[in-house]
Design a binder for this molecule. Sequence first.
Ligand code: FMN
Length: 234
Amino acid sequence: MSTILHIDSSVRDVTNPNPDHNSISKNIALQFINTWKNNRLKDEYIYRDVGVNPPDFITQDWISAVFTPEENRTPDQIKRLALSDELIAEVAAANIILISSPMYNYGMPAQLKAWFDQIVRINKTFDFDLSRGDFPLQPLLSGKTLIIATSSGEFGFEKGGIREDSGHLIPHLRTLSKYLGVDTMYEITSEYQEFGDERHRLSLANAKDRAESLASELSGSTRAPSSTNEVDNV
Ligand SMILES: Cc1cc2nc3c(=O)[nH]c(=O)nc-3n(C[C@H](O)[C@H](O)[C@H](O)COP(=O)(O)O)c2cc1C
């Protein structure tokens, strides 16, 4: 049995009275999850919609609590870290993590960044040792597979694309994935939403197909299959 953690982060809902307002990234992730659940009825499923229910932003008091040794924390500090503890426990329990994200202002939504800020925490998801030289941070979790499903209004954010220099969403997720304990990462992207043309329809159809086929492949085996969009050793 595996545990799959599903994080959505668009502020838009999956379905709306006007379907033009439906979140594309959430619908791609849903395609993945529906296929996964069909194949793996017994898996544990944890879901959070951080777009609609955002985690608190971290504060100075939060940082003080994090850097206070556990045995010395006050009841208030323990309470202040409760959400972070809960979110980290969900990540730690997961073998598979699915994150859907829109591109907002060329990066991830503040709500998803707030989720990461609660999770990337010293002595919980990474430790820090200056004897390691210029790379003192080391992730503490490992062995997880991450699937990201993204949607953007424009296009060409990939390596060599016409907006490569503005593409801060996927590179940022790749960097942060290490602190979730991710060894293998898959990327599903839909682009051109703002153009509303044939390129968008094709891009979205490809993303949904890819979500379905990837879920079938991965749910058939806990091992990562070979794939064109696979990024190993992220
Ligand atoms: C606040 C906001 C900022 C956006 N910024 C960008 C952007 O910087 N680049 C881009 O390509 N699209 C941008 N878009 C378009 C979204 O990425 C696009 O609508 C996407 O489909 C949203 O994801 P969703 O459908 O899952 O809600 C933005 C949309 C919104 C609402």
